[in-house]
Design a protein around this ligand. Structure first.
Ligand code: PLP
Length: 352
């Protein structure tokens, strides 16, 4: 066992059978030289305008990875693309956790998919509670000692709260024997908090990203997992042979072009303006709101039933919760000026 301490953390924590596994070699990955391509049982007919739609796509489209590397300032070797951050969560669990033996940890209230994804593989979940200020609890590192993966969502969904970069870095350093996964699904709304630049420094750090939120591509299903190459190599052993459909690659690359990024940044600013308007209205209405660091705001109401009814009457679908700690709260996503004005009008008719 002393030897194993010198192994890269990815190998030390990996499901052991994966280290022996020879990954599936798709025809596309084996590749070849020539101009007659009859190696993958594809059809020779392309019936669509999109070039090469009759062909299997690249497993990790190089141009898409490079585009995300440019945008994120993380080296292309440290990036995997997959079907949304949700698939990245599942890939991590499949790569590291042995069913009925291992566990993950997270800090609630937080994004529900960490626990659900774990449970679908019969992986244990240690769920610690964030403090009243939505920070990591005391002695968190000791309490999650047995977890293979520790998920921290920053900015946190559904609270919208954020932890300092120093706090996140200290957490990564405090749990050197776990893979610490920082879910940055909303980071474009609080870009200065990203820890992606710390990837070269911490072999146990994974950062998750998505095009679903700020980049306005939830329907495309495109996310990114960023980490040191030992972890990336392991993820490549469990990923599907063709995780990125060709049309998705196309829209994703467009979103990551210089124009796409500048459009995203303008829209982030525009959404924050709507969020501030909404926050003011909610506060005036008497709701308790948390600081919103993503594209949504969580509000606590004295009479949440009355608010829920009014929203329903107005045809507005916001997110209510059953969880005890969130029971009197509703989460509102920032939206267009028209949607925001309708929401504000609904609160104005409700009065105090
Ligand atoms: C929306 C969300 C995701 C899922 O992102 P996809 O890329 O759409 O799968 C992951 N984590 C958090 C915290 C989210 O809110």
């Amino acid at each position: 066992m002393t030897d194993s301490m010198n192994m890269p953390i990815a190998a030390r924590l990996a499901r052991p059978e994966l280290l022996e596994l020879t990954p599936y070699e798709s025809a596309r990955r084996i590749g070849g030289q020539g101009d007659v391509w009859i190696n993958a049982n594809e059809s020779p007919f392309n019936n669509n305008e999109l070039d090469k739609l009759n062909r299997y796509p690249e497993c990790q489209p190089v141009s898409l990875i490079n585009a995300y590397a440019d945008y994120s300032k993380v080296s292309a070797d440290n990036i995997v693309t997959c079907r949304g951050a949700d698939e990245a969560i599942e890939l991590l669990i499949r790569a590291f956790c042995v069913p009925a033996v291992d566990s993950i940890a997270c800090f609630g209230p937080t994004y529900g998919m960490y626990a659900i994804s774990a449970k679908t593989f019969n992986i244990g979940v240690t769920s610690l509670t964030l403090t009243d200020d939505y920070q990591l609890p005391n002695a968190f590192a000791q309490q999650v000692e047995n977890a293979k993966l520790v998920f921290i969502c920053n900015p946190n969904n559904p609270t919208g709260t954020i932890m300092d970069k120093d706090t996140i870095e200290a957490a990564i350093a405090a749990m050197p024997n776990a893979i610490v996964v920082i879910d940055e699904a909303y980071i474009e709304f609080s870009a200065q908090y990203s820890v992606a630049d710390l990837i070269p420094k911490y072999p146990n750090l994974v950062v998750l990203r998505t095009l679903s939120k700020a980049f306005a591509l939830a329907g495309a299903r495109c996310g990114f997992l960023m980490a040191n190459t030992d972890i990336i190599d392991l993820i490549m052993r469990v990923i599907a042979p063709y995780p990125v459909p060709l049309p998705v690659q196309q829209v994703a690359e467009k979103a990551l072009s210089a124009n796409g990024i500048s459009l995203m940044q303008q829209q982030v600013e525009a959404l924050k303006v709507q969020g501030n308007k909404l926050s003011a209205t909610l506060t005036e209405f008497g709701a308790k709101v948390l600081p919103a660091n993503g594209n949504f705001i969580l509000a606590e109401f004295e009479d949440v039933e009355r608010v829920a009814d009014a929203l329903k009457q107005a045809g507005i679908v916001a997110r209510a919760y059953k969880d005890n700690r969130l029971a009197s709260r509703i989460r509102f996503s920032f939206s267009s000026p028209a949607d925001t004005d309708r929401l504000i009008a609904t609160f104005n008719t409700l009065g105090k």
